[in-house]
Design a protein around this ligand. Structure first.
Ligand code: ATP
Ligand code: MG
Length: 201
């Protein structure tokens, strides 16, 4: 095949592809508040959620972030987004459950945190609400999963919600509009590399 033939074939193939892509874009015309679930054992769940926080703030949207489970307040994301006028940042954890080793205390902490999230989920002025590491509270039974899913389902129509954490339940996945299951292919931690500022915190 000559170069001219190759170029003609390529152009025809791309024209067909463009027609298919344009048709699929034309079909996606609806707008609504989305529920996204970022789960799986690989790295990139919370950092993806914070990427959307940046996008939303760039559009002048109001954002609420609830960080469950974790108690550290020295992260780059909090230092940066916590300063943004349209971003409300709450660290609502008490440390990992294997650190606290106290179920009753974990439940009380979870309920206090959930009250903050609930307030956002009933306030249409928040355009995006991030519930970071929420899945653990549901999977450990610290929060009533039905009650949490009902509250997410009953949120204001245009409000987006992002839930992160490993092992999202089937009911949470079913409720979601978009689900990403991030695979753990490799992680530097297993080579003995400690958490790096800018990458892990
Ligand atoms: P990130 O906040 O970096 O997007 P994540 O939200 O996907 O990570 P978490 O389970 O919340 O993952 O863990 C947070 C911390 O643990 C981060 O420092 C991250 O790099 C690290 N981490 C994530 N996945 C793994 C893994 N598979 N093995 C070891 N460490 C991990
Ligand atoms: Mg995370």
């Amino acid at each position: 095949m000559t170069d001219t033939d190759k170029n003609t074939r390529h152009q025809l193939r791309m024209a067909r592809k463009k027609a298919i892509i344009d048709a699929s874009i034309a079909r996606a015309y609806q707008e609504k508040g989305l529920l996204l679930v970022l789960t799986g054992n690989g790295k990139g769940k919370s950092s993806s959620a914070f990427g959307m926080v940046g996008r939303a703030l760039g559009h002048g949207m109001k954002v609420g972030v609830c960080q469950f489970l974790k108690s550290r307040t020295d992260t780059g994301e909090e230092a940066f987004f916590g300063k943004q006028a349209r971003c409300e940042w709450h660290v609502l954890g008490d440390g990992f459950t294997w650190e606290t080793q106290n179920r009753a205390k974990d439940i009380a902490t979870s309920e206090r945190g959930w009250a903050v999230a609930q307030r956002m989920l009933t306030d249409a002025s928040y355009d995006l609400v991030v519930l970071d590491e929420l899945t653990y509270l549901l999977n450990y039974g610290y929060l009533d999963a039905d009650q949490v899913l009902d509250a997410i389902g009953a949120r204001p129509l245009m409000q987006h919600v992002v839930v992160t954490g490993r092992a999202a339940s089937d009911t949470l996945r079913d409720l979601a509009d978009t689900v990403s299951d991030i695979a753990d292919v490799k992680h530097a931690y297993r080579d003995g590399i400690k958490a790096q500022p800018g990458i892990d915190l």
